[in-house]
Design a protein around this ligand. Structure first.
Ligand SMILES: NC(=O)c1ccc[n+]([C@@H]2O[C@H](COP(=O)([O-])OP(=O)(O)OC[C@H]3O[C@@H](n4cnc5c(N)ncnc54)[C@H](OP(=O)(O)O)[C@@H]3O)[C@@H](O)[C@H]2O)c1
Length: 322
């Protein structure tokens, strides 16, 4: 099979499109033909050596996708050959085939195609975690969403609106504003140098917002603190773009609550993975949630997908097609 392997850590040059032996499913695993593999910021982090350093090179990148079960290892229950499935944390997804523990697979309903399913496993479950678990948005809440036209931002905005919240979204260019607006953002702020604080405070009559969702690196951190109202919640989530460094707890203002939200905590057991994915699929089937922008790249062009994501020009989800 063809796969994208890493021959070291660093820039996009460490990615190679090569022939690899098909994986063999171990007991409890399924061999899946990959229809679409998701591209995520964490893949860039892995490529740069922030994670998976314990896995020897060459290793196959990617953790997310959708496809069809080809064969089953011993003892697999609840999944059958030929079934369409999706997954979110399965290292080795940038490939034509992958062996995955059956407990990490979620059946895809007939009404949802593989392309949409692959697009919501990481970013949809992440957005679901943020708006329903980490800070369950209440009707009338005002939320501030950074990177509102990104893969997480477009889905997070829709889930906040679904729960009756208002959204102030920040994007880095005018070109991204229509995408954020289209997902339901009530006020779009185009900003890259911290001007979002003044604008968000103006929009909330100086009160600030109930919750801020920030995965945009250290440059937005102080501003995100500043846009919060008293007892507001700071949902920080961007390890790849970088953290704020050590924080003196007594410097934190206005009795705010702050934490690092991690999507794995939303799907910590196979039952939670299935329940939360089924809820996402239900929202999509019922027309309440839409994957509003998907860009397809050939598997061989994974390096270009990374380049585009790093360039900060992309909107929505990026997928690789083997
Ligand atoms: N904690 C978790 O569980 C979790 C789960 C998934 C993703 N994440 C994190 O969420 C962030 C977004 O990841 P994603 O894969 O889902 O992509 P994404 O939502 O599509 O986010 C990409 C967006 O990030 C913004 N951005 C800000 N600074 C950037 C920079 N220096 N370079 C490139 N983009 C920058 C850009 O929006 P603007 O140009 O409009 O600012 C870009 O459109 C990453 O930090 C990732 O590590 C965390």
């Amino acid at each position: 099979m063809k796969a994208i392997v890493m021959t070291g850590t660093g820039s996009r040059e460490v990615l190679e499109y090569v022939e690899r032996p098909d994986p063999t499913p171990a007991p409890g695993e399924a061999l899946v033909e990959v229809a679409y593999a998701g591209v995520n910021f964490m893949d860039i982090g892995v490529r740069e050596g922030m994670a998976w350093n314990e896995v020897p090179d060459p290793k196959i990148l990617g953790v997310e996708g959708a496809g069809r079960v080809l064969t089953l290892g011993e003892g697999v229950q609840g999944i059958s050959t030929g079934q369409r499935v999706a997954w979110v944390y399965a290292p080795g997804s940038y490939a034509e085939r992958i062996a995955i523990p059956a407990t990490s697979l979620v059946p895809i309903p007939d009404a949802i195609d593989d392309r949409v399913a692959a697009s919501v496993m990481m970013q949809g479950l992440t957005a679901s975690h943020f708006a329903t678990d980490f800070y369950p948005v209440q009707p009338g809440d005002t939320a501030f969403v950074h990177a509102a036209a990104g893969g997480v931002g477009l889905l997070l905005t829709q889930i906040i609106k679904l729960r009756g919240g208002h959204v102030i979204g920040r994007v880095s260019s005018e070109a991204k504003a229509p995408a954020a607006k289209g997902a339901g953002t009530d006020h779009v702020i185009v900003d890259t140098d911290g001007g979002f604080v003044e604008e968000a405070l103006r929009l909330t009559d100086g009160e600030g917002v109930d919750v801020v969702y920030d995965g945009s690196g250290p440059s937005t951190f102080q501003g995100s603190l500043d846009v919060l109202r008293r007892s507001g919640t700071f949902c920080w989530y961007g390890p790849v773009l970088g953290g704020p460094g050590p924080i003196d707890i007594m410097s934190l203002p206005k009795s705010i609550k702050i934490g690092y939200a991690v999507f794995q905590d939303h799907i910590a057991t196979p039952a939670l993975l299935r329940a939360h994915t089924e809820r996402l699929f239900d929202w999509i089937t019922e027309g309440k949630l839409e994957v509003r922008s998907i860009s397809d790249y050939r598997l061989a062009d994974a390096s270009n997908a990374h380049a585009d994501m790093e360039s900060r020009k992309t909107v929505g989800k990026l997928l690789l097609v083997p």
